[in-house]
Design a protein around this ligand. Sequence first.
Ligand code: NAD
Ligand code: ZN
Length: 370
Amino acid sequence: MLRNLTRTKQSVLRLSTRSLATTSIPTTQKAIIFDKNNGPLEYKDIPVPKPKPNEILINVKYSGVCHTDLHAWKGDWPLPTKLPLVGGHEGAGVVVALGDEVKNFKIGDLAGIKWLNGSCQSCEYCVNGFESNCAQADLSGYTHDGSFQQYATADAVQAAKIPQGTDLAGVSPILCAGITVYKALKTAHLKAGDIVAISGAGGGLGSLAVQYAKAMGYRVLAIDGGKEKGELVKSLGAEFYVDYQSSPDLIEEIQSKTKGGPHGVINVSVSDKAISQSTKFVRSTGSVVLVGLPPNAVVHSDVFNHVIKSISIKGSYVGNRADTREAIEFFTRGLVKSPIKVVGLSELPGVYELMEQGKILGRYVVDTSK
Ligand code: NAD
Ligand code: ZN
């Protein structure tokens, strides 16, 4: 009798035959979901998804909150989201079920939900390691329900491998912010001792970019607004800080501090103006890397300046599987650590408000059990 009651209460769902016999997965779970862009963010029970043959099911423990999640909810970009949508693409958790074709994960492994949930694996871009540029790219928290839920599916080929024993809250921001800035720094083609400016250095991507840059042997000039962000980036290893809110002449200040401008600039701010300014203060022959995606933004680069200084401007979009493995290794070796604040999943709407106001230092991470 008692046994029957417990069984009914748990409403156990048996998944694939390859799920561990003892693993019981609930049929419903908590999630944050919205029906339309900018509509209410509802914290409620929704069904647990079933993995397709190529997918794993991850019991997400923690998920970082990326500014991209805010863009997705607001519908900021020219690419439509699926609706209704569960956002989130920095999810770290435990594998609880495997689709029948999965060979590279087993139950109990730690795994991560990344922005690139899956890609075709056979087009020109995929075979050359540019999976994020695949025309069939499936995006977590955008075209595929993401990590703001307790159970999420991911293509086993793209899901991130996380070594056993890794701190799951700590590693979660690496799954988008870390991979993205690590790849962006590679894209800048710098050499040890060069100066890199990180514009938007106090936010989620920026606070990791400062540390990856240091670990890769570069000197860092951090740009953001306010005293607190200045203190944070200096504590993470930035050599210079320029406050865009109080600097009387940002371009002049950066060029004088760096004696001619930084060799590279990683733009992770959500500011049109900051991006265009970076083409002015970058050093001759330097690289401007575009990462942040303010809505309807256009980068203005004066052609005379562009040619005479021979600068390059490049876009950088997350990273591939090799970048993922390498970016996680920097974390597990203790070389980078996202400054995180952990809150309950139900508190996500408040996190979006703070993010919109530019008030977040580092990264917020949601605990899916609360
Ligand atoms: P965030 O809100 O945590 O950080 C943005 C930071 O920019 C904040 O600290 C803010 O104070 C600062 N900022 C605002 N105006 C500025 C200015 N004029 N100059 C300098 N700093 C300024 O956001 P995040 O999660 O780090 O994401 C940043 C952007 O990167 C978003 O647009 C996001 O969508 C994008 N993104 C792109 C990729 C990619 O692959 N290209 C991947 C992830 C995120
Ligand atoms: Zn992201």
